[in-house]
Write a protein that binds this ligand. Structure first.
Ligand SMILES: Cc1cc2nc3c(=O)[nH]c(=O)nc-3n(C[C@H](O)[C@H](O)[C@H](O)COP(=O)(O)OP(=O)(O)OC[C@H]3O[C@@H](n4cnc5c(N)ncnc54)[C@H](O)[C@@H]3O)c2cc1C
Length: 364
């Protein structure tokens, strides 16, 4: 490994890979990743959905701004999303309708024509988002890693950062190795606050939350790959066709410490029960399960920008359940901020307010 860089990015998930690819165009950049391969944690465990009406306001702006990149690179396969409003979820329905763009309310009968499993009487109302899609997450992640390498970036796996020290520049320890850089980018996902602590930063209160997923067979003979992604508007379950099967999540958000996450069986069983209340046929078998960590700052917005101590520590964490769909825009924005450039106009035009994602909101 070389010893001196302009910038060291910690974490090779989608956040680290994408920002590093942009930065490597003009800077000497290294990524340190503690696992043997990039994408092992949250990035490799998502539901791979692009939903421009899902998330808090900064995420909506970033996700909408990301669409051009997704489409230009061929990363999206259109898939509509259908939200159902069962009894007791009127408030969640109104909340969604207040911020949505391009969604249309359809009758429960029309909803059943699109999702034939829907049980009669479950959905009081239904709303369709025609602008959603499946994301090819691996293709996107590999694109950024390849671009990073082509631009001379160094990706170092199996290199957990264990100490960070500032003496004019940053000294980064990974096991027995020491490397140096002017700027550190903390893209450590669920470990974002742990990495910040190594650098002597106060935690921003990042909370990893576990989400579990089960893969179940679809009904015999049904053309399920044409079905929309479906879920209740209160986000207590969702289901999405994937690779000829159905991916079902209890939409759990259990606070946990950062770790190599796995699905929680009891939570999955309860979520599948909620799913079964919405559909006509029972789930008879679970083929595969996994879990992942969605990490949130206390206000639910991402944390992007230089630390208030102004010494070259850059935060890029707290992407929650939206880190893939926002990554093409978030990485361009983060790279501009790291380099002291103006934020990209097309992203700001979507209504992004930088103060809402700045780490300084916690310092104040
Ligand atoms: C079940 C589930 C469904 C989801 N569905 C969607 C979806 O449909 N659409 C969407 O947009 N988003 C979704 N998300 C969220 C999305 O996956 C995340 O927001 C995104 O992957 C976060 O990327 P990241 O790079 O920040 O984190 P990660 O991918 O976790 O990367 C962080 C990296 O940092 C490394 N690291 C940590 N500490 C150190 C250290 N000390 N030294 C070196 N390396 C370190 C880790 O090994 C890890 O590889 C989902 C998440 C889950 C769990």
């Amino acid at each position: 490994m070389s010893e001196d860089f302009d910038i060291i990015v910690i974490g090779a998930g989608i956040a680290g890979a994408s920002v590093a690819a942009h930065l490597a165009e003009t800077q000497r950049v290294a990524i340190c990743e503690m696992e043997e391969r990039p994408g092992y944690h949250t990035t490799g465990r998502s539901a791979a959905a692009y939903e421009p009406n899902y998330g808090p306001p900064p995420i909506l702006a970033l996700t909408r701004a990301a669409r051009r990149h997704f489409e230009a690179g061929g990363y999206l396969t259109p898939r509509e999303t259908l939200f159902f409003m069962p009894d007791g979820q009127g408030q969640a329905f109104e909340k969604l309708m207040a911020v949505q763009q391009g969604m249309v309310e359809i009758s429960p009968a029309d909803a059943r024509a699109k999702f034939p499993l829907l049980k009669e009487g479950y959905a009081r109302r239904a709303v369709l988002d025609p602008g959603t899609a499946d994301i090819d997450v691996d293709l996107l992640h590999q694109f950024y890693l390849r671009l990073f390498r082509q631009r001379g970036g160094e990706l170092h796996c199996d290199r957990a950062v264990t100490a960070l020290e500032r003496n004019g520049q940053w000294t980064v320890r990974t096991g027995n190795e020491i490397i140096r850089a002017q700027i550190i980018v903390d893209a450590a996902g669920a470990w974002g606050d742990k990495v910040a602590a190594l650098a002597g930063r106060a935690p921003i209160g990042l909370q990893p939350k576990r989400r579990s997923i089960a893969v179940v067979p679809g009904p015999e003979g049904a053309d399920i790959m044409r079905w929309p992604m479906v879920g209740d508007v209160g986000e207590t379950w969702y289901c999405k066709p994937q690779s000829g099967k159905l991916l079902v999540s209890p939409a759990d958000a259990t606070p946990v410490d950062p770790h190599d996450a796995y699905a929680d069986d009891m939570t999955l069983a309860e979520g599948i029960e909620r799913f079964e209340q919405a559909i006509d046929c029972p789930v008879t078998r679970v083929d595969r399960t996994w879990g992942g960590l969605r990490s949130f700052a206390p206000d639910g917005n991402p944390v992007v920008g230089f630390d208030s101590s102004d010494d070259g520590f850059f935060w890029l964490i707290g992407q929650g359940g939206y880190g893939i769909q926002s990554s093409p825009a978030l990485s361009r924005l983060a790279a501009a901020l790291v380099l002291g450039e103006e934020p990209p106009a097309d992203i700001m035009d979507e209504g992004l307010v930088l103060a809402e994602i700045s780490p300084r909101r916690f310092a104040d």
